[in-house]
Design a protein around this ligand. Structure first.
Ligand code: NAD
Length: 289
């Protein structure tokens, strides 16, 4: 058996098309503002990709590229101005930040209604309370991908490997909200394979190349590989990207996301959907003022 591939591109295209239609219905294009500090190549490339996609679907996008030496006070001052500006619907501060800036202070400072990354503690709390809020992009994008391919969630035994605030925890909360029976495994889990073998739906967000091998997977399970690992090519060849799931898992699983090209495209598409949601919420609030 070879697992059904679950490429991200068709699902991301569907979500982008929905977002474009929602943006067109608003009085003004939803406006996303991204802030990055310094020139970390990955951050530069992520922000550039998000900016380009935002424009493609009819959103406005502004990027503040600030020097690495920007102080925390200066960054908080910019966030306060963006919070107060009715023409700004979504604010994203690209992580990681330089060591002299507190990530906590910055994430707390963003207006929760404009927090399109879904990292503000108020949005985290709403998520766990099962109330509507802006949801973290990678986990929400994964749920969209599962729905796009018609894969069952309710009643399924779901195992999430990884407990980060960005992926593992919010993903577990979203699966719980959709009536899955959820287990979170992590670096201190004893006999990880025994836990993952229970999963109808196995979602892996660790950052360790090929951690999940075929004998750790229940035959027929749906496997979502969130990991992105850069590994050197064989014999000093060109480095390439690979997931947390060993390619041989395709011989056991029922369905499997590729890396790259699986979960990755969903994250940007969901960010833009969140920006449209923020703009819709703000438009209805302005109307009712
Ligand atoms: P993280 O480092 O914050 O968290 C990793 C988690 O894995 C931790 O909770 C840890 O407990 C767990 N872990 C570590 N070793 C383990 C082991 N041996 N067995 C079981 N669990 C173990 O990472 P993150 O930010 O959640 O990212 C995880 C991966 O997902 C990374 O490869 C990252 O690049 C990728 N990622 C991809 C996207 C995307 O859009 N596709 C988005 C975010 C993160």
């Amino acid at each position: 058996m070879t697992a059904r591939p679950l490429p991200g591109a068709p699902a991301a295209e569907a979500l982008l098309a929905e977002t474009a239609a929602r943006a067109a219905r608003l009085p003004n294009p939803p406006h996303l503002v991204m802030v990055r500090l310094g020139e970390d190549p990955a951050s530069v490339s992520y922000v550039r990709g998000k900016d380009r996609k935002a424009r493609e679907v009819g959103l406005s996008s502004t990027v503040h590229a600030l020097p690495e030496t920007t102080s925390q006070a200066e960054l908080l001052d910019l966030i306060a101005r963006l919070n107060a500006d009715d023409a700004v619907n979504g604010i994203l501060v690209q992580l990681p930040l330089p060591a002299h800036v507190s990530e906590q202070a910055v994430l707390h400072a963003i207006d929760p209604r404009k927090d399109v990354d879904g990292f503000h503690p108020l949005n985290v709390g709403e998520l766990w309370a099962g109330r509507p809020a802006l949801r973290p992009c990678t986990p929400a994008g994964i749920l969209y991908l599962l729905d796009h391919y018609g894969l069952a969630i309710a009643g399924q035994r779901a195992v999430v490997v990884g407990r980060s605030h960005i992926v593992g925890r919010p993903l577990a909360a979203l699966l719980l909200e959709r009536d899955a029976t959820v287990t979170i495994a992590h670096s201190r889990t004893r006999d990880l394979g025994a836990v993952t073998r229970e999963a109808d739906l196995l979602l892996v967000a660790v950052g360790r190349a090929h951690l999940i091998t075929p004998e750790m997977v229940k035959p027929g399970a749906t496997v979502i590989d969130v990991g992105i690992n850069r590994v050197p090519g064989e014999g000093g060849g060109k480095a390439h990207l690979t997931g947390d799931v060993h390619p041989d898992v395709a011989e056991v699983a029922g369905a499997l996301t590729p890396v790259p090209g699986g979960v990755g495209p969903m994250t940007i598409a969901q960010l833009l959907a969140n920006t449209a949601s923020a703009a819709e919420m703000q438009a209805s609030r302005l109307l009712s003022r």
